[in-house]
Design a protein around this ligand. Sequence first.
Ligand SMILES: Nc1nc2c(c(=O)[nH]1)N[C@H]1C(S)=C(S)[C@@H](COP(=O)(O)O)O[C@H]1N2
Ligand SMILES: [Mo]
Length: 200
Amino acid sequence: MTRISSKNFSRKNDENAPPGQVVTDKFPVLTFGSTPSIDLTDWKFSVTGSVSKRMEFDYQTFLGLGEITLSSEFHCVTQWSNLNNTWSGIPFKTLFNQIQISQEAKFAMIHCYGGYTTNVSLDVLLDDDVIFATKHNGEKLTPDHGAPLRLIVPKRYAWKSAKWVNGIEFMEEDAPGFWEMRGYHMEGDPLKEQRFDSDI
Ligand SMILES: Nc1nc2c(c(=O)[nH]1)N[C@H]1C(S)=C(S)[C@@H](COP(=O)(O)O)O[C@H]1N2
Ligand SMILES: [Mo]
């Protein structure tokens, strides 16, 4: 298994979290609504929107794209950061190499079982540390933490790390997801403290 370590931020002292964040070793569950129940035999992941070819993966095919393990930070907008996380799963780039999007596609809406959505720009998704995770710190994800598959976008606040993902919709223009429609920032970069959209 390939192991890469992502240094998320170029800070002098790794123990320093981004501004306004408090470091914790805990991993609290934060879900709006309830944990969906997902049957792996029915599990589907769809690639839609601004694409030249729509695609659908079942669970075995998705995992067969090739899993890696990496370490990264996790920053919740409610001001806790866990700086030491190990995730195993399929890098976004690995999926990206299997799909055909249109040239105009610059953003994506991530879709989840239960209806949650969040928008992430393509350049952020193409970072080496973005991963569709099946395991956290060596253990299979629990349902509350997004099993069977969740997205991890380490360089964005964790509401962008969508749990129970079931699809990605490519977009030419940015559009708000669930929390972004309710006032959270469209980009959500922790280093810039982009917590809430100042226009709202
Ligand atoms: N589908 C879905 N994904 C989600 C959420 C959610 O409510 N639904 N909450 C987000 C928020 S606000 C945070 S901080 C992280 C928390 O992940 P955890 O519950 O595994 O700690 O998941 C994110 N992903
Ligand atoms: Mo959060």
